[in-house]
Design a protein around this ligand. Structure first.
Ligand code: SME
Length: 174
């Protein structure tokens, strides 16, 4: 079975960067042999959720061609559809820039899916051809849970996911 190593709760600086580097390797091996995109998205969200401290939600919003639709995730049931430009997820999708939100209550238009969420990080997922796959969203019950090292670490993790997505297929696809 795949071993998930949880980080101690007070990681910072180089220890945090090292933990993300290990997590990137774990994600790479977890997704390496599987073409199914939803299976990979589900396992990816579980890996991250159980490998980082102080999270209450981690998962995907996938672009269906017109808006974001919730995909595989860990945490409480969430809002299903988010328009581009709305909330933190829609902003990341529209600007194609990672959003690190220190205090969700101070973010104009934040969409509160889980009242426990206090801070959030959202990474846009862009395929090699420039098309929008969706966003990767992680929430924390702590204010200011995420810093620049988390942003870089999450972006590195998302590169692994996007690479797997690009060589993958949807279940049932010919
Ligand atoms: N808070 C997000 C919505 C998704 S939930 O956090 C899972 C937003 O403002 O886009």
């Amino acid at each position: 079975m795949f071993q998930v190593v949880a980080a101690p709760s007070n990681l910072s600086g180089s220890a945090k960067r090292e933990h993300y580097a290990e997590l990137v390797e774990q994600a790479r091996s977890l997704l390496a042999d599987e073409p199914d995109r939803i299976a990979n998205a589900a396992n990816f969200s579980a890996l991250v959720f159980h490998s980082l401290n102080d999270l209450n939600w981690s998962g995907f919003y996938l672009f269906d061609g017109s808006e974001l639709v919730v995909g595989p995730f860990q945490g409480k049931p969430a809002c299903v559809r988010i328009a581009l430009g709305k909330g933190v997820c829609g902003t990341a999708a529209q600007t194609r820039e990672t959003q690190v939100v220190r205090d969700v209550h101070a973010f104009p238009g934040h969409i509160a899916c889980d009242a426990a969420s206090q801070s959030e990080i959202v990474v846009p997922l862009i395929a090699d051809d420039g098309s929008l796959i969706g966003v990767w969203d992680v929430d924390s019950p702590l204010v200011a849970r995420f810093d620049d090292d988390d942003a870089k670490g999450m972006e590195a993790l998302c590169s692994v996911f996007v690479a797997a997505w690009s060589r993958g297929a949807d279940a049932g696809a010919a």
